[in-house]
Design a protein around this ligand. Structure first.
Ligand SMILES: Cc1cc2nc3c(=O)[nH]c(=O)nc-3n(C[C@H](O)[C@H](O)[C@H](O)COP(=O)(O)O)c2cc1C
Length: 385
């Protein structure tokens, strides 16, 4: 398998959907999977994508229909990031929330629409931490809360969170998870990736604390572990609790939480002990090795180290990596994905931009209707179709 499948910008021939299969047989991805007892009809997951289509934080029937259209084709939907019930959690009043009867009713209808298509759905629970713009809605007066008052881009923002702030945040995640279960969701995903609050704690650049929440990797993972444990308590033993993490940050594609498999094992071990049921490994290119000196991907390492259900992701079916960095894929072929699946490196694969543009992507791939696939374009991010 090619290790680096990107070339300099210039050739866009790889973006032709007819090159997707490249002789490979995708049938193994259409087998069922049990995620902590929740039966998924195939191995495709819709990745969480913020859409800003929930005015006042309430998902409407258009949002329900958007997810339902995809639920017929993907084993699992992970919703866009959903704010927990903490005043500093958010930075927009068009992002949905997981609190308040109006929003919870919107979610009830969304879950019913997804279940009506035979799909499964988890909300992604989110606190943005230092990525909140001071004065932004939904709570303009709320402070910007983060580990050390440092944003992932190095700028200083707000004040370091107090222990009381952190206790309140942990309790908010737990309340949101309990409410998610009550309105019918099949599981929850905790957003621990991309430089938002929990990741700000995990990352030594944004976490300079000298209390029990800072210092060693294990200490930096403490808040995430407390959140997982509190969520687990709120939802009970059988309910899936997936933790999403990434090495990269939006402000730094080369950032790393773990430099070695041993460090990754230490980090994930803390979350497994706390009660995580699986991991969603966010990379920008799914096929790249996780660490130097070994071809295994980050998802592959995650699965090997934890033995838990693992979701891989990153530029499946899309030519340019998420967050443009001046490279485009030389091929859209999913042959490498199937090879990794065959090697047991992941259980499920998430699709972001591919299904934002084309709700029927898995069906069209399976039926080899490749030329009918609507290729992703940035402008699709402003539609809710
Ligand atoms: C419009 C858009 C919004 C996104 N919002 C979120 C989000 O709310 N939470 C999250 O964890 N990732 C978010 N992402 C990242 C995606 O989940 C995914 O990791 C990324 O698009 C790479 O996958 P892809 O190459 O299949 O698109 C977003 C991506 C896009 C394109």
């Amino acid at each position: 398998m090619e290790q680096e499948r990107t070339t300099s910008r210039g050739s866009h021939t790889g973006a032709d959907p007819s090159s997707l299969l490249d002789g490979a047989d995708p049938a193994p991805l259409y087998t069922p999977f049990s995620l902590s007892g929740v039966e998924l009809s195939n191995r495709f997951v819709m990745a969480p994508m913020t859409r800003y289509f929930s005015p006042g934080g309430v998902p409407g029937d258009d949002v329900a229909a958007y997810y339902a259209r995809r639920a017929a084709h993907l084993g699992l939907i992970v919703t866009e990031g959903v704010y927990i019930d903490h005043p500093s959690a958010g930075t927009s009043d068009r992002v949905p929330r997981m609190h308040g009867e109006d929003a919870l009713e919107g979610w009830r209808r969304t879950v019913a629409a997804v279940h009506g298509q035979g799909g499964r759905i988890f909300p992604q629970l989110w606190h943005v931490g230092a990525r909140r713009s001071a004065g932004a809605p939904p709570h303009p007066d709320a402070p910007v809360t983060s580990p050390s008052g440092i944003a992932p881009d190095g700028s200083t923002v707000g004040e370091p969170a107090t222990t009381a702030d952190l206790d309140a945040i942990v309790a908010s995640f737990a309340r949101a998870a309990g409410d998610a279960r009550r309105v019918g969701f099949d599981g929850v995903e905790i957003h621990g990736a991309h430089g938002y609050l929990l990741d700000q704690f995990l990352w030594s650049v944004t976490n300079r604390r000298s209390d029990v929440y800072g210092g060693s990797l294990r200490a930096r993972a403490r808040l995430a572990a407390e959140v997982v444990a509190a969520v687990r308590d709120a939802v009970g033993p059988g309910f899936p609790v997936v933790f999403r993490f990434s090495q990269w940050k939006s402000s730094d594609f080369g950032a790393r939480l773990a430099d070695t498999p041993a460090e990754l094992g230490a980090l994930l071990g803390v979350l497994v002990e706390a009660g995580a049921s699986g991991f969603h490994v966010s990379t920008r290119r799914y096929w790249l090795p996780g660490f130097e000196g070994d071809r295994r991907t980050l998802a592959g390492w995650t699965k090997k180290l934890t033995g838990l259900p693992t979701i891989a992701l990153g530029s499946v079916g899309v030519a340019a990596p998420y967050r443009e960095d001046g490279t485009v894929a030389s091929s859209l072929s999913i042959a490498p994905l199937l090879e990794l699946f065959d090697r047991g490196e992941f259980d499920l694969v998430a699709l972001g931009r591919a299904v934002l543009s084309e709700p029927e992507w898995p069906a069209k791939l399976r039926e080899r209707r490749l030329r009918e696939i609507r290729p992703y374009e940035k402008s699709h991010e402003t539609e809710l179709s």
